[in-house]
Design a protein around this ligand. Sequence first.
Ligand code: TZP
Ligand code: MG
Length: 216
Amino acid sequence: LPELFDHYSEATVSPFPECGRDLGLYPVVDDVRWIERLLPLGIRTIQLRIKDQPLALVEPQIRQAIALCRNSDCRLFINDYWQLAIEHKAYGVHLGQEDLSDANLAQIRAAGLRLGISSHCHYEVARARSLKPSYIASGPIYPTTSKIMPWQPQGIEGLSYWRKLIPQPLVAIGGIQGDRIKAAHQAGADGVAMISAITASPSPETTVRHLMTLFS
Ligand code: TZP
Ligand code: MG
């Protein structure tokens, strides 16, 4: 394995622009209305992850989200829709490994957008690393009901392991809520991404305020 990683780290592609290591609490939401709601709480990193909606509903949300986050100085990563992200000058794009062969990474880089890439296993971590993205997201750390995946939860031990192999900023994702943030942060995560802990909370604002205090 170490040889495999050395080989990948020799790739000569230029790196994507940096996004910093202070990613912090990283809500992943499926509607721009969540962004409107969470920005006033001081969120500094957020992802708009819209799945299974017609493009006519997606584009205006992306446009609005970009404008809102620019005004609030919040790093907005657009999931999947890299062309719209470029067109409307988003902060960054987030892609899964299944998107990497179709997306034009050179175009994303040339437009100055940051790139985050998901990874769930050795092969995916190695592939992500070779592309020198702005950050790599690893998971699922804990069991999650927000995404169906073939991978087992990796636990904090798995996260510590990825930390040793990933030089880029690292985002932990999957089943993270409450005090689990602390463990993920201590294991070296620069950001902690969450869907249901925030969007399924009976009181998302209270939850987010509390979660932000744990990330320090
Ligand atoms: N990728 C890995 S786990 C996951 C994604 C998109 C879902 C995370 O959602 P939750 O509700 O925070 O477990
Ligand atoms: Mg995708």
